[in-house]
Design a protein around this ligand. Structure first.
Ligand SMILES: NC(=O)C1=CN([C@@H]2O[C@H](COP(=O)(O)OP(=O)(O)OC[C@H]3O[C@@H](n4cnc5c(N)ncnc54)[C@H](O)[C@@H]3O)[C@@H](O)[C@H]2O)C=CC1
Ligand SMILES: O=C(O)C(=O)COP(=O)(O)O
Length: 582
C-alpha cells in the first residue's frame, strides 16, 4: 500500500496482501502444489546429513532434494548459495560463514533433532533465516540410550564383553553395583530428563532433578524431587545429564562441581560433550570421586582419539553420539523436520521455530486471521509517515483475554509491516525485532481487556511522529494512528487518526478529507469516472454536520497524478491520499 498526499505523490512499495506469509515464502502454497505437479520451479532443499526416508519423500513432493553428505565447509558454502533450505543433524556446523555464503537465498535451516548448538542462531536471525528443529521425535530414543548406559555402567557390561572377546573369564573383576534405592540426579529435567526419570523410577531408583526452569508440579507428578545444583551434587549416586549446551551450561561439570560429589559417583552424559570439562572429569576419575562414566557425546565430534583424557580409560565407556540413532527416532525426526521446513518454505510459521516467536499450533490457529491485520496496520501506519520519520511504535491490543493474550506473533507482524516499507532488508518474523532495535525504534505494547468472544476486538498502531502525509491520520496526541479489526476473516481498517472508517484491506483505496457539504461525493466520483476508474465501495465519516469528513473509496485502478489533481480541485476537498494495491 502506498499513500499519496496532495503535495507528495511518491511511488512506494505494495502492501496489504492478505493472508500475509509469516516468513518470505519460496512460493505460495498453490504454487508449491503446482510445482509438485511439474509446473513452476521447485525450491531446493539441501540435505547435508542422512535423513530418514519418510521425511525425504515428503520433501521430494514439493522440492528438489539435494542430498550431499560429508561436505567440506567450502562445499557447503557453494551449495547453500543454490539452496532455499538446509537440513542437518549434529555433525554439520552451520556457521555465520554459511549464512554469508547463502547470499540471502537460504530461508530455513532444519535441524533433524533437538540440539541447535551447531547452528549460529544469532547469525541466522541477522540474515532473517528461520531455524526449526525436531524437538520431540527423538526424546524416547535419547532417554532409552541414557538408561542403557546407566545399566551398562552399573554392571560393567561393556568391559566384561570386551574381556570375554579377549578370551577371558573375569567374574570377580566385573562385580557391579545395584541401581535399586540409589539416588539418580537428573541434571536438566526437560523432555529427555523426564523420560529418564520415569524409567529410573521403574528401576527402583530415588529420582531427584536439578533444573532451574523446571516446574515443581511436573516434578511432583512424576515423583521427582527438585533440588539445587549443590544438593544434587552432594546426594547423587548416579548423574544423568540432560541440559542443552548454552553459555550457561558450558563446562558446568568442572573441578568445583566434582569436588562436591560423593566419592564413587557415576556419571552418564547423553546431552552435549561441552557441559563437562573433560580434564576435570579425568582428575575426578583419578581421584576416585567419580567411579566411572558413560559418554555418548563429546566436545569435538568425532573426538581426537590420540591423547584424549577420557576415551581410553577402563572405567569410561563411550558410544559415538548414538542417543537419537534408532530406526524409529530417525524416521520420526525426518518427518518432523520435513514438515517444519515445508511450512517455512510456504511462508508459514512452524511451531518448532527456534529463532522466531514460538507459538503453539493452537495459538497460531486462532491468531491466523489477525496476522494479516497486524502486518497491514503496520504498513498503513508507516505509509502515512512524512519524511520526518518516527521513533516510537505503540501497539494496543483490545481483547477479552486481556494480559493473557499471546501478542508475540502479532507484534512481530506489525513490526514486519512497518519495516518492510522502510528497509531493503529481508524482514520477517525471525529478524523483525532485531532490525527494529538496530534502527533505534522504541516499541511499546498495551493490552486492554474488553468484552466479546473474538480473540481480538481491535488492534491499533500509533507511530510517534509530528507529521503525516495525510494530516487527518494524526490523532489528538500527535501520533499517526490506525486501528483495525477482522470481520468474517477479512482485515478491516476501522479508524484513521480521529476518523472512523470501514475499509476492507483489499485492492486500492482513495482516502479523501473534505468539508462536510453536499455535492462533494458526486464530484469526486465524477473526477474518477473521467479517468475511467471504477468504484467498488465507498464510506463516509464525519466529525459532525458541516464540519470535517473522511471519505474512503475502493477503486479498481490506481489514479494518475492528474486524476488526483482533479480530485483535489473539487471544492471542499482538503487532502487526498491513496493506499495503492492493498
Ligand atoms: N545424544 C543424543 O543423541 C541426543 C541428545 N540430546 C540432547 O539432550 C538434551 C536435552 O534434550 P531435551 O530434553 O529434548 O531438551 P529440553 O529442552 O526438553 O530439556 C532441556 C532442559 O534443560 C534445562 N536446563 C536449561 N539450562 C539448564 C541448566 N543450567 N541447568 C540444568 N538444566 C537446565 C531446561 O530447563 C530444560 O528443562 C539436549 O542437549 C539435546 O541436544 C537430545 C536428543 C538426542
Ligand atoms: O537431537 C539431538 O540433540 C541429538 O543430539 C541427536 O543428534 P543426531 O541427530 O543424532 O546427530
Amino acid at each position: 500500500m502506498h499513500l499519496q498526499s496532495k503535495t507528495q505523490l511518491c511511488a512506494g512499495p505494495k502492501a496489504f496482501r492478505a493472508p500475509a506469509p509469516l516468513i518470505r515464502p519460496f512460493r505460495t502454497a498453490r504454487n508449491m502444489a503446482s510445482a509438485a505437479a511439474g509446473g513452476a520451479a521447485k525450491p531446493t532443499v539441501l540435505v547435508a546429513e542422512k535423513l530418514g526416508g519418510a521425511g525425504l519423500e515428503m520433501l521430494e513432493k514439493v522440492a528438489n532434494v539435494d542430498c550431499a553428505y560429508s561436505m567440506t565447509p567450502e562445499e557447503l558454502y557453494a551449495k547453500v548459495a543454490q539452496s532455499d533450505a538446509l537440513i542437518v543433524r549434529s555433525a554439520t556446523k552451520v556457521t555465520r560463514q554459511v549464512f554469508e555464503a547463502a547470499k540471502g537465498r537460504l530461508k530455513v535451516v532444519g535441524r533433524a533433532g533437538v540440539g541447535v548448538d551447531n547452528v549460529d542462531l544469532a547469525a541466522a536471525t541477522e540474515y532473517g533465516c528461520l531455524v526449526v528443529n525436531a524437538p520431540t521425535a527423538n526424546t524416547v530414543a535419547a532417554a532409552e540410550h541414557g538408561i542403557a548406559l546407566l545399566c551398562t555402567l552399573s554392571r560393567n557390561v561393556s568391559q566384561a564383553d570386551a574381556s570375554m572377546k579377549a578370551g577371558k573369564w573375569e567374574r570377580n573383576k566385573y562385580v557391579g553395583v545395584s541401581l535399586v534405592d540409589k539416588t539418580l540426579a537428573i541434571m536438566g529435567f526437560g523432555k529427555v530428563g523426564g523420560e529418564v526419570a520415569r524409567r529410573a523410577r521403574g528401576l527402583g531408583m530415588i529420582v531427584t532433578a536439578y533444573d532451574p526452569y523446571a516446574s515443581e508440579e511436573k516434578a511432583r507428578a512424576q515423583g521427582v524431587r527438585l533440588v539445587s545444583f549443590d544438593e544434587a551434587l552432594q546426594i547423587g549416586d548416579f548423574f544423568s545429564l540432560h541440559m542443552p549446551l548454552t553459555p550457561g551450561t558450558k563446562k558446568m561439570f568442572n573441578d568445583a562441581a566434582f569436588a562436591k560429589m560423593k566419592k564413587g559417583a557415576r556419571i552418564i552424559n547423553v546431552a552435549r560433550g561441552g557441559v563437562i570439562d573433560d580434564d576435570a572429569l579425568a582428575r575426578a576419575l583419578d581421584a576416585g570421586i567419580v567411579a566411572s562414566a558413560a559418554l555418548d557425546v563429546f566436545e569435538e565430534e568425532p573426538p581426537a582419539f590420540e591423547g584424549h583424557p577420557l576415551i581410553g580409560r577402563p572405567n569410561v565407556i563411550c558410544t559415538p553420539h548414538l542417543g537419537a540413532s534408532t530406526t524409529e527416532a530417525q524416521e520420526g525426526v525426518s518427518t518432523e523436520v520435513a514438515e517444519a521446513v515445508i511450512d517455512a518454505l510456504q511462508g508459514k510459521l512452524s511451531s518448532t521455530a527456534v529463532n522466531a516467536p514460538l507459538v503453539s499450533a493452537e495459538v497460531l490457529r486462532e491468531l491466523a486471521p489477525y496476522v494479516a491485520l497486524s502486518e497491514g496496520l503496520g504498513k498503513a501506519a508507516v505509509t502515512l509517515v512524512s519524511d520526518q520519520g518516527f521513533s516510537d511504535i505503540s501497539i494496543c491490543y483490545s481483547s477479552p483475554r486481556g494480559d493473557d493474550l499471546d501478542t508475540r506473533l502479532l507484534r512481530a507482524m506489525v513490526i514486519k509491516g512497518i519495516l518492510e516499507q522502510i528497509t531493503t532488508s529481508n524482514v520477517n518474523l525471525v529478524n523483525a525485532d532485531l532490525l527494529a532495535k538496530n534502527r533505534g525504534l522504541r516499541i511499546s505494547e498495551v493490552t486492554i481487556r474488553t468484552d466479546g468472544s473474538d480473540v481480538l476486538s481491535s488492534l491499533s498502531v500509533a507511530l510517534g511522529t509530528g507529521k503525516a502525509v495525510f494530516s487527518a491520520a494524526v490523532d489528538k496526541t500527535g501520533r499517526i494512528y490506525v486501528e483495525g479489526g477482522v470481520k468474517n476473516g477479512t482485515p478491516y481498517l476501522t479508524k484513521v487518526g480521529g476518523f472512523d472508517v470501514e475499509l476492507a484491506m483489499q485492492g486500492s483505496v482513495l482516502l479523501c478529507r473534505q468539508r462536510d457539504q453536499p455535492g462533494i461525493v458526486g464530484n469526486v466520483g465524477m473526477a474518477l469516472a473521467k479517468s475511467n476508474i471504477n468504484i467498488s465501495f465507498m464510506t463516509v465519516c464525519r466529525t459532525s454536520r458541516n464540519e470535517e469528513a473522511i471519505m474512503a473509496i475502493g477503486i479498481d485502478d490506481e489514479p494518475t497524478g492528474q486524476t488526483l489533481i482533479d480530485i483535489k480541485d473539487v471544492k471542499g476537498v482538503v487532502e487526498v491520499a491513496v493506499f495503492k494495491d492493498y
